[in-house]
Ligand binder design. Structure first.
Ligand code: ADP
Length: 173
């Protein structure tokens, strides 16, 4: 059985991530989405919230599992007998960082862990969790970026009433 792990912060999961998860789920027998516990970034959503949002978002994909992990990704891979890591590439700016991480993981795992890159679908190439949070923090419209229930959670985090949060650009006062 070919299992791949898709690690990330997912703070919160966006349609860009979901597109990668769906495409990966068609390529592998099983995809484990691994939400990072320790990250250099301070997350807006708790680990529990990020895991729950992902579970709800992928509930129709039978071969996708949501887990969390701390420590080194290659240790997680070793413990779970996983040899393939999936990462998404949006633009050339992602490439250098991603290449470095992929090569580090390959070296540290003695060539047991390889990284497969999926390029973003064009309509999501501008999307990142940070951009979505920034737009939401100004009560902007994030409905093209994340599922509705996640948009509502974001508006609540930033103190906006979810009923009026993120009115589309052409409906602002
Ligand atoms: P990290 O904190 O590890 O960068 P993220 O949750 O931000 O975690 O992203 C996880 C992975 O998803 C990364 O490989 C990132 O490049 C990819 N990704 C994020 N947004 C998109 C997108 N819009 N299209 C394709 N891949 C994406």
């Amino acid at each position: 059985m070919k299992t791949a792990v898709y690690p990330g912060s997912f703070d919160p999961v966006t349609y860009g991530h979901l597109d990668i998860i769906k495409r990966a789920s068609q390529m592998f027998d099983e995809v484990i989405v691994a939400v990072m516990v320790n990250s250099a970034k301070t997350p807006l959503f708790s680990l529990d919230e990020r895991v729950k949002m992902l579970r709800e978002s992928v509930k129709d994909l039978g071969n996708v599992r949501i887990e969390s992990f701390g420590g080194l990704l290659i240790d997680y891979c070793g413990k779970n007998d996983i040899h393939i890591v999936i990462r998404g590439l949006r633009a050339i700016t992602d490439f250098e960082y991603e290449l470095q991480i992929a090569q580090t993981n390959k070296e540290l795992s003695h060539n047991k862990v390889d990284t497969v890159f999926l390029t973003t679908s064009l309509e999501y190439s501008y999307l990142s969790s940070s951009v979505v949070k920034e737009i939401a923090s100004y009560n902007g419209d994030i409905t093209p970026c994340v599922p509705e229930f996640i948009a509502n959670s974001l508006y609540e985090k930033y103190g906006f009433n979810k009923e009026i949060g993120g009115r589309p650009y052409d409906q602002q006062d």
